[in-house]
Design a protein around this ligand. Structure first.
Ligand SMILES: C[S@@+](CC[C@H](N)C(=O)[O-])C[C@H]1O[C@@H](n2cnc3c(N)ncnc32)[C@H](O)[C@@H]1O
Ligand code: SF4
Ligand code: SF4
Length: 337
């Protein structure tokens, strides 16, 4: 994965430190539409929704100026369904390169030209969902032809050499045996790999969680093999501690210590703040402190270990070391947790 320049790294570190101490979010996820092109088995989105009250690109500036996040995810629903997504990216930029910007998408609506426009607008990382290393992906996502489309497009985009594409696989009971074959695809296509973990909270369905000893044993075996493939190029984007926390999350049936609302939050397509994408009590931008008081301070939910949490449940020195020194271009001695 491409490392960010030292100047950019120092800016992100500076902003991160200010936000951490000032109790502002480090990561903001803008869900820019509720609509989707897919009907995934593990998700509560799917299909068209009412998009008439969505924020306009220029509205995003007010949120970025108030929240000053270090990292922004642009997500949904399917964010590429918005014809104006490049305009949205331009409007979330402040101080030149800030924030570090990740587009989380299924890529059904991606083209090579759109990819290049989004790179030019300032997307640092493209997180492309992949649930299977073949056309079982289409069946899981309810969109025929999706695997074919991305398996042709991703290598083409990767050949531009920006090294900013990451396959993002949500581990479920269905794709447990595909953890390494999906990493094989990342290698073949010349891109990076990242894993996240299924949460039953979205749909209430526990079938895709890892419920048996055999499943946990398979998870551990597959992740051991992944760890053995780690090298200094950062192609495996999860840190070792995040993969360990993923094992614990499945084994313990949850991951305590969530800082939703404080360290990260979601902005809905209509512009309300939510602690996360699976907690639906919403607040206007001006009432973020009330969300922290009412939600974060008493939150006992431990029902996911999705990537937004895996960045942020750690102490600040550990976070800096893992997500900044490893990922960006600057190196320090490893701090203790
Ligand atoms: C909600 S989607 C939105 C962006 C885009 N539509 C996509 O699929 O990448 C973001 C990520 O959440 C993951 N996801 C969906 N349902 C999930 C669940 N129940 N638990 C954990 N992750 C889930 C998806 O696989 C995807 O990688
Ligand atoms: S995971 Fe993404 S692509 Fe699938 S239904 Fe949910 S929002 Fe749509
Ligand atoms: S653990 Fe945190 S981020 Fe996950 S669903 Fe619960 S409140 Fe949301």
């Amino acid at each position: 994965m491409r490392k960010v320049s030292l100047v950019e790294s120092l800016r992100v570190i500076g902003r991160g430190s200010v936000n951490w101490l000032g109790e502002r979010p480090i990561v903001v996820s803008f869900e820019v539409t509720d609509s989707c092109t897919c009907y995934c088995k593990h998700c509560d989105h799917g299909g068209p929704k009412d998009d008439s009250r969505n924020l306009k690109p220029a509205d995003y500036r007010r949120y970025v100026e108030a929240l000053r996040p270090c990292v922004v995810q642009i997500s949904g629903g399917e964010p590429l369904m918005r014809a104006d997504v490049v305009e949205i990216v331009r409007n979330i930029k402040y101080d030149g390169c800030m924030p570090y910007t990740i587009l989380v998408s299924n890529w059904s609506e991606m083209t090579e030209q759109r990819y290049l426009e989004l790179c030019a607008a300032g997307v640092h990382q493209f997180s492309v969902s992949l649930d299977f290393p073949d056309d079982r992906h289409d069946a899981f996502r309810g969109l025929p032809g999706l695997y074919d489309h991305i398996s042709q497009l991703i290598p083409r985009c990767a050949r531009h050499g920006f090294d900013n594409i990451v396959l993002n696989s949500c581990i479920t009971s269905e794709n447990l045996n595909e953890i390494n074959p999906m990493a094989d695809r990342a290698r073949e296509w010349g891109v990076n790999m990242c894993y996240s973990a299924y949460s039953a909270r979205r749909t209430g369905c526990r079938d895709y969680f890892l419920n048996t000893r055999e499943q946990l044993a398979t998870l551990n075996r597959e992740l051991d093999r992944v760890e053995a493939r780690r090298d200094s190029t950062n192609w495996l984007v999860n840190s070792p501690s995040t993969l360990d926390a993923t094992r614990r999350y499945f084994a313990n049936n949850g991951a305590p210590g969530c800082k939703a609302g404080l360290r990260f939050l979601v902005v809905t397509p209509q512009g309300m703040l939510q602690p996360c994408s699976m907690q639906f009590k919403s607040y206007p931008l001006e009432e973020r402190s009330r969300m922290i008081e009412e939600f974060t301070k008493t939150n006992a939910c431990d029902q996911c270990y999705v990537s937004i949490r895996s960045y942020l449940d750690k102490s600040f020195p550990v976070l800096l070391w893992e997500n900044v020194s490893g990922f960006f271009s600057f190196k320090t001695a490893r701090p203790s947790a």
